[in-house]
Design a protein around this ligand. Structure first.
Ligand code: G3H
Length: 540
């Protein structure tokens, strides 16, 4: 079947959906505040799937349900609940020992696992992520939580001793920061919300979290687990329009940590709204335009397969996606030919179909945006070089390879975050290196080649421009024990299983002059277990 025909027939009729992937609408009317699941009686927002269904009257977006459109009043109530639970650091949660906090989290993860099928199905339908990738997102998140609990215990073990130096006895530990506002992105709505939320809670902070614009309902099955696993006020949920409800929270000055994965533009607005920005700790995952650089001696088959997954996994909607490819002119014909063939072999379809790679996009405005940046490239001399590249049906966009992309084009500098692959030929290695140096972004880069001297020289240049240089492999965040961060407009703070515990806490210490009286006092506090902080208990 021709690609155009496949795209034309991409959407199924309701009866074609396999039984296990069918979904009943979820009209969510509840939210979690102050340890209670409250019923919402105000306005709601309808949730439509990126998947359309074929009916007698043509295509219609699948209705998935609705969620509360909370107002400033409820947002402030949620914040107050977190502030009350933290209670200036005197609350039950921030003063609870590490072992007890870990036990609460173990309870949560146990309850979360029971909801796997429901969450995975909602992930597929709400954001169009394939079944395989949705399952991966869920399992990776569970693994991340389990590893984070382990890392927390390790951190506590490492600080379970006193040290004596220059006549001072001390115990150094990490303490919470206060109230964290956590907001993840739509492309990893579960994983990238929980990879900030979980470490924030584990370190003793209390949180308010708002799901992203797309990928809201999939958090509903976890509401009871959040309510039952933690003391009241530790986790509070917010639903609604970010523009209306987040600004008022920031303006109160009561948010101590902003954990946000999204655009640098929005992050800047939020930071400026805080009345005392120096009191705000920011943990930000922002824009990126990672380049792939294919050198003349690269293994072209490998470079093509890594570039393909790098550029098109989840339709290119990953912050770590390869968003521009620089190909040495001597190998461009072979590379492009093989890339185009590999795209033609990718399976298009609905998220539940086995081995599907290209699926519909959740953001409605992404469809005209991708058409606009492609048209801009054509205006400046590029071409779409693959059959049916950029073809649209509803929210489905067939991947486009745009070549040759140059400086004048929007695709050169804008993060397309979708299935468009800009390809640029180069003669001199300085061209892609200058691109990376001049870029506003500084997350990662991929270099494909075999020459030891050339690769080594590139590594030494690139490590001071980005935060991960990938050799003969695509850019990616994982494994999650590795630091994930970026320079310039790409990030603030570092995330990884252990780094996240650090960014959501601050080092604080107990110190006393080495006198007999102080030694006696410290010994008595330890022996009688009077303090949770000053303690040499070792978690086994
Ligand atoms: O969207 C950005 C994600 O952090 C990327 O994670 O590289 O594991 O897909 P990933």
């Amino acid at each position: 079947m021709k690609i155009a025909e496949k795209v034309r027939n991409i959407f199924p009729a309701e009866r074609d959906i396999p039984k296990e992937a069918r979904i009943a609408p979820l009209e969510q009317r509840d939210y979690l505040v102050d340890g209670k699941i409250r019923v919402w009686r105000g306005q709601v927002r309808e949730v439509l799937s990126p998947v359309s269904l074929r009916g007698k009257k043509g295509l219609k977006r699948a209705h998935l349900g609705s969620y509360p459109l909370m107002t400033e009043k409820e947002a402030l109530e949620a914040l107050d609940s977190a502030v009350k639970a933290y209670d200036e650091g005197k609350g039950l949660w921030p003063t609870l020992g590490v072992e007890a906090r870990a036990a609460h989290m173990e309870e949560f993860v146990y309850r979360m696992k029971e909801k796997r099928a429901e969450v995975v199905n909602l992930l597929m339908w709400e954001i169009g992520k394939s079944l395989e990738d949705s399952q991966k997102e869920f399992d990776r998140t569970v693994e991340y939580i389990v590893d984070t609990i382990g890392a927390l215990k390790d951190l506590d073990r490492a600080s379970s001793r006193l040290c004596m130096t220059q006549g001072v006895i001390a115990q150094v530990k990490r303490a919470p920061l206060g109230v964290a506002l956590c907001m993840g992105p739509y492309n990893y709505p579960l994983n990238e919300t929980l990879t900030t939320l979980i470490p924030a809670i584990l370190m003793g902070n209390t949180v308010v979290f708002k799901p992203p614009k797309y990928g809201v309902l999939l958090h509903r099955p976890l509401l009871e687990a959040f309510r039952d696993s933690f003391p009241k006020g530790v986790v509070n949920t917010l639903y609604g329009e970010g523009k209306k409800i987040i600004g008022p929270l920031m303006k109160t000055g009561k948010v101590d940590v902003l954990a946000f994965i999204g655009s640098s533009k929005v992050a800047d607005i939020l930071k400026k709204q805080h009345p005392r920005p120096h009191r705000l700790r920011c943990v930000l995952g922002l824009d990126a335009k990672n380049a792939g650089i294919i050198l003349p001696d690269a293994d072209i088959d490998l470079a093509v397969s890594e570039s393909l997954t790098g550029a098109l996994s989840y339709n290119g909607q990953r912050c770590t996606a390869l968003k521009i490819l620089f190909v040495h002119r001597s190998v461009q014909n072979e590379f492009i030919e093989k890339l185009v063939t590999a795209i033609e072999e990718m399976k298009l379809g609905m998220p539940w179909e086995p081995e599907v790679k290209i699926t519909p996009l959740p953001e409605d405005d992404k469809i005209p945006y991708l058409a606009a940046v492609t048209a801009d490239a054509l205006k400046h001399g590029a071409k779409v070089i693959n059959e049916s590249g950029g073809l649209v049906n509803g929210n489905f966009v067939y991947p486009a390879v745009v070549y040759p992309v140059n400086k004048k084009m929007r695709l050169w500098r804008e993060e397309q975050f979708g299935p468009v692959i800009p390809v640029t030929p180069f003669d001199d290695i300085k061209e892609p290196l200058n691109y990376v140096v001049d870029s506003n972004f500084g997350q990662q880069v991929s270099v494909f080649g075999r020459d030891m001297d050339k690769i080594a020289a590139m590594i030494d240049t690139l490590v001071n421009q980005v935060c991960r240089v990938n050799i003969n492999s695509q850019c990616q965040r994982g494994p999650d024990i590795f630091p994930f961060t970026g320079r310039k407009d790409s990030a603030e703070g570092t995330l990884s299983v252990s780094d996240a515990l650090r960014v959501f806490s601050i080092r604080t210490l107990l110190a006393a002059k080495d006198s007999d009286a102080n030694k006696k006092l410290i010994r008595e506090i330890l022996r009688n277990r009077k303090s949770k902080f000053l303690s040499t208990d070792f978690i086994l």
